[in-house]
Design a protein. Sequence first.
Length: 213
Amino acid sequence: MRVLVASRNNKKLRELNRVLDAAGVTGIELVNLSDVPEYPETLETGADFVDNARIKTADGVRETGLVTIADDSGLAVDELRGMPGVLSARWAGAHGDDAANNRLLLAQLSDTPDERRGAHYVSVCVMQLPEELAVTAGMETEYVAEGAWHGTIAREEQGEGGFGYDPLFLPAEEPGKSAAELSPERKDELSHRGKALAQLVPVLRRLSTVGSN
């Protein structure tokens, strides 16, 4: 069964593929927005992560007829009262400019002592099924999963891996290392998105037995 991951970020697609492989789930072909005919995407104007993820899954199901998974995630910094939050990808203004976002965050925390540099990543993953498929399979039309990953913000970037704020995020489970210095497998085990995606594995396993769209 083809399942659309409503993103053009190939790293997110590979992440979900690794989660499925680790769980031994077969029969699911993951595709992203680059693999389907282009369609107009609704602006992500939701008040929270789940709202934004639902905007993306609704677009995907409506425009492609495929089961659609969307993730909305971000970094919540204690000193910034939970920001950048849903604005994480465009914190410095331009959407997806990781380098600018990281520079701005470091500048905002430049005078913040180590004991007040706590932060956590949040990921909300929504899976939406076309209504006809849900009825045929005896399943819900929507599944929502959430994961969190706690740590602190470094004083400078560390590592070349990952994306987003990973070079600045020091996971509590790996003292001294940034998320950008972890292997993909270790990151899947610990990360907010890995935890959320793992909750969708039983649903995807069930879908894999239903057949192709």
